[in-house]
Design a protein around this ligand. Structure first.
Ligand code: NAI
Length: 291
């Protein structure tokens, strides 16, 4: 009920075309979700293989969402590989989901902004950078909003709509209207480290990792959280989010993880589900029990 007030009033604006840049863990799934909700989506990445892989990975979602082959084929046709960013000029909404690096995001977003049509929404999926810091690199810093999706995109209804100190109200409203149009729940938040959800979730995951360092078994921790009613345990969640992303967010929120198992795993390239191993070994999208 408290959150209901956040739902935007009806706007005349009807987004139908989305451009996503970054076809990794988040970008590919954001693109797939938007397609499943009827949008036409162009998907860009520096790596053409990532685009192919990201598009292929949406087959499962389309199989779940659409009963007929005709519907699935129509969905596939709406998800377009776009290595050169040709969709940017047509898009109603551009979502950036590339590597979490301020300088790279600033550069990529200012190139994109120059190509966008007037009135289109420019959004970043950053999890730990401030909107105003990224916007500082843009010709029009009032345009940028955060659209912070959660992983796994298809299962998480909430999307934080982040308002930077210079973001125009109209862009926040359009961002929230877009989130509603793709059947997700917009939560408008301020641009502060961790926004709202990560500020709460990070101490939870870190608490679990500290227990692990003290010898508690990871499967017991996750089982306890699930028994409490969480859909996923905190260690499994960290692996799903990506341990590099977790370590980065922890650093931003000033959780000291120096010398921790988290830091060791990241240094070894064990980044969780996406790399096949983190706290757990992952096979077929599932954490393997150690027995
Ligand atoms: P990822 O590493 O899986 O994917 C990033 C993709 O961006 C890669 O495919 C890479 O080739 C591409 N890329 C890098 N530089 C590029 C450039 N200059 N132009 C075009 N493509 C480029 O990363 P992930 O996890 O999908 O994160 C992306 C963003 O989403 C980050 O800002 C992260 O903070 C945020 N995020 C991540 C969440 C997660 O659970 N992993 C949750 C919410 C937000």
């Amino acid at each position: 009920e408290l959150l209901k007030g956040q739902a935007p009033k009806k706007l005349a604006w009807r987004p139908s075309r989305v451009h996503v840049i970054g076809a990794g863990t988040m970008g590919a799934d954001i693109a797939g979700w938007c397609v499943a909700r009827g949008m036409e989506v162009t998907l860009q990445d520096v790596s053409p293989e990532q685009i192919t892989k990201g598009i292929a990975a949406q087959g499962k979602l389309f199989a779940r969402k659409f009963k007929t082959k005709a519907q699935r084929d129509a969905a596939k046709a709406r998800l377009i590989a776009d290595p050169n960013g040709e969709g940017i000029a047509r898009a109603d909404v551009v979502i950036e989901a590339i590597v979490e690096n301020l300088a790279i995001k600033q550069k990529v977003l200012s190139e994109i902004e120059a190509k966008m049509k007037p009135g289109a929404v420019l959004a970043t999926n950053t999890s730990s950078l401030l909107i105003e810091d990224i916007a500082a690199g843009l010709p029009d810093p009032g345009r940028l909003i955060g659209l912070h999706f959660f992983n796994p995109v298809a299962l998480m209804p909430l999307v934080e709509v982040v308002r930077g100190s210079q973001t125009r109200e109209e862009d926040v409203k359009r961002g929230a209207a877009f989130v509603t149009a793709i059947d997700k729940f917009p939560l408008i938040t301020k641009s502060v480290p961790g926004f709202l959800v990560n500020r709460v979730l990070t101490p939870y995951m870190f608490g679990a990792m500290v227990r692990l360092e003290h010898g508690e078994d990871k499967e017991r921790i996750d089982e306890a959280a699930r028994a409490f009613g969480m859909p996923m345990g905190p260690i499994e969640l960290a692996d799903t989010v990506g341990l590099d992303v977790c370590a980065h967010v922890a650093h931003i929120l000033k959780f000291s993880s120096e010398g921790s198992k988290l830091d060791r795993l990241v240094a070894e390239g064990k980044l969780g589900k996406k790399s096949g191993e983190g706290f757990y070994v992952w096979e077929g999208g599932k954490p393997q029990k150690t027995g």
